[in-house]
Design a protein around this ligand. Structure first.
Ligand code: NAD
Ligand code: UDP
Length: 320
């Protein structure tokens, strides 16, 4: 358990994949939870089970607009995370990253709340340092199709540190690497959800490029634990800190594992690699281990099995 007293906790993006798991946890712990979401990529089904609880409140609100609330902790997660959705309306993505950060930092400043930013491994861009440590400044294209997200998230980090230096806002910054698990949106184009849905429907599995690009996949339960630990870290450790699973996989190998675990008849097909798709990504989590005593424990196959069961259920594909 973390500091035992009941807190008022705001989760922006609380109806999304990660946000809804945070809402579950804080509601179960007895905190007063406000879930704020505009439902761009979030889903009511992620939080329906919480709606009747006296310590859970849902606010439909767009973070680009200011909001006045009284809270103790703010987890700032509102932002589409999948390339398909964040490129759908790139100007809106930047506004959410930047104006959303300003609005939440202003709120934190006014009510003296602690605020955690869900930053991302994308701030490292297509990295030429491997694995990525927190002191690596990144290799990011400022004008490409991914820039709205990458630069938006970089600017949000800058805002967090400026509000900290200028206004003494009590910040935490966590750089999240690819995370998966139940409640990832089935159609959001992220690789694990896409491959699982394709495999369950026996459709072609679309590997982009030759599939030699790598990612390191963290299961949601491990990530939630890391985010909560980071929020509750001592005030002399504000980040940025990498949170992710350091075990790296080639995308082609991921496709093969998912075909095996689902017993699918799908074929693997190759499609062009999207522009600016990072070729490799692996977190160095030494800092998180040392300062938070955190590391992921769920191996890919165990996490995939739970995720496959979730997708089988929501897209209604029976067990073979
Ligand atoms: P998600 O798309 O499932 O959740 C994002 C939520 O934010 C959704 O519910 C969406 O409706 C909401 N939202 C978007 N724009 C909003 C706005 N303007 N106002 C209010 N709500 C808004 O994504 P996720 O995977 O849960 O990611 C959550 C956060 O973690 C994001 O900030 C993302 O950048 C970060 N992150 C996630 C990953 C990952 O692998 N899942 C990796 C790195 C960073
Ligand atoms: N990818 C793929 N086929 C798909 C979707 C994604 O091969 O149908 C690849 C994508 O090109 C990238 C990796 O999987 O190299 C991870 O993509 P995702 O969108 O999940 O996350 P991100 O690129 O933001 O890490």
């Amino acid at each position: 358990m973390y500091p035992s007293s009941q807190k008022r906790i705001l989760v922006t993006g609380g109806a999304g994949f990660l946000g809804s798991h945070l809402c579950d946890r804080f509601t179960a712990e007895g905190h007063d939870v406000i879930c704020l979401d505009n439902f761009f990529t979030g889903a009511k089904r992620n939080i329906t089970h919480l709606l009747g609880k006296p310590n859970f409140e849902l606010l439909r609100h767009d973070l680009v607009q200011p909001i006045f609330l009284e809270v103790d902790d703010i987890y700032n997660l509102a932002c589409p995370a999948s390339p398909f959705y964040y490129q759908y309306n790139p100007v809106k993505t930047i506004k959410t990253c930047v104006m959303g950060a300003i609005n939440m930092l202003g709120l934190a400043k006014r009510v003296k709340a602690r605020i955690l930013q869900a930053s991302t491994s994308e701030i490292y861009g297509n990295p030429n340092v491997h694995p990525q440590k927190e002191d690596y400044w990144g290799n990011v294209n400022t004008i490409g199709p991914r820039s709205c997200y990458d630069e938006g998230k970089r600017c949000a980090e800058t805002l967090f540190f400026d509000y900290h230096r200028q206004n003494r806002v009590n910040i935490r910054v966590a750089r999240i690497f690819n995370t998966y698990g139940p409640r990832v949106h089935p159609d959001d184009g992220r690789v694990i959800s896409t491959f699982i849905v394709q495999a369950l429907k026996n459709r072609d599995i679309t590997v982009f490029g030759e599939g030699t690009q790598t990612r390191s996949f963290c299961y949601v339960d491990d990530m939630i634990e890391g985010l909560v630990k980071m929020m509750n870290s001592p005030d002399d450790f504000i980040g940025p800190v990498n949170l992710g699973n350091p075990i790296e996989f080639r995308i082609l190998d991921l496709a093969r594992v998912i075909i095996r675990l689902t017993g699918s008849k799908s074929r693997i097909v190759f499609e062009p690699l999207p522009v600016d798709d990072p070729l490799q990504r692996q977190p160095d989590i030494t800092l998180a281990k040392q300062r938070l005593g955190w590391q992921p424990y769920t191996d890919l196959e165990s996490g995939l099995k739970k995720t496959i069961e979730y997708f089988r259920d929501i897209i209604q594909v029976p067990n073979p």
